[in-house]
Design a protein around this ligand. Sequence first.
Ligand code: F6R
Ligand code: MG
Ligand code: MG
Length: 364
Amino acid sequence: MKTTVSLIKADIGSSPGHVRVYEPLMEKAEELLDKAKDENVIIDFVVFNAGDDTELLMTHEKGTNSEEIHKLSWDTFMELAQEAKKIGLYGAGQDLLKDVFTGNIKGMGPGIAELEFEERPAEPIVVFAMDKTEPGAFNYPIFQMFANPFNTAGLVIDPKLHPGFEFSVMDIYKAKFLELSCPEDMYDLLALIGAPGQYVVKYINSKNSQLGKAAAISTDKLALVAGKYVGKDDPVAVIRGQSGFPAIGEIVEAFTLGHMVSGWMRGSHRGPIMPVSLEYSQCVRFDGPPRVVGLGFQLKNGELKGGVDLFDDPSFDRTRERVNEIADYIRSHGPFEPSRLPLSEMEYTTLPDVLKKFEDQFHD
Ligand code: F6R
Ligand code: MG
Ligand code: MG
């Protein structure tokens, strides 16, 4: 049986400001998906939040890019957004960029990561969702998981992982893709994905054709407006684990640095990303620091079993402490780079106004 895991997200409104999804709205989303489950549209689902983003994790047999699944997600977000407007939540419906559904949710605002695969007898999966950052924020941890032997011991000592993985990289300005294979093309890969504002990992493929795709990362808003900087799009990822893929412990190990990402306040700053449990899935200090949540499941005939909130664990306390220290340090730069992003990547800017105001006063 081929199962599809679809993780589809949108910011449909939050409270207070951009901090957190309003709990009753997640309950509403659960009600709507429960109905879709009863009608056999989906097999199973989990609704959760990453800060101000509502995340719909769904399993089904309809393949990737299924009109039915995308419509279900779109209708769910539309209904939540209407409710959010009534309640007076902040940014109600902000990620729903179109009025009418036209067959595929891509290019309509929400972010999507989907994987279709033949379930192994025991199929561990992990989903990650980030808030206050951009899809390129996954480049570093995905490289760690699938290419760095200092993170993933299996690449060196497990014959099933030893051949390595293929990375599908997207140039977000040209909306073009390039496949590079690790370890052979590692330096070329790093030359690209070390610049996460332009090159973003979209898929990881196993070199073992029996296993198929290993991971998918959302890049949807980026694909929508190729050719210009489109700002931040809080990303999600679906990743398969164990028996030929990185172990769950290797997958989460990739988040122990608290790596620097773009986003944070007004999508215009750099900051370290903090792995947190769902309890702390909210962006507070300076609208951050940027956060990532991770949930793990065993998938059986499309059912999501034994869910674990993976960062709800003291082994990530040190990372969180370090993130707070780094946040103090970088914040103390205030409006100076590298705390503030370079001009080309800021989501908010007053520069055109400032330049206009003084255009006659620049002199030799
Ligand atoms: C960043 C983000 C927030 C807002 C900030 C200002 O992705 O969503 O940091 O940019 O709170 O929001 P507005 O302009 O809505 O007052
Ligand atoms: Mg928001
Ligand atoms: Mg968000």
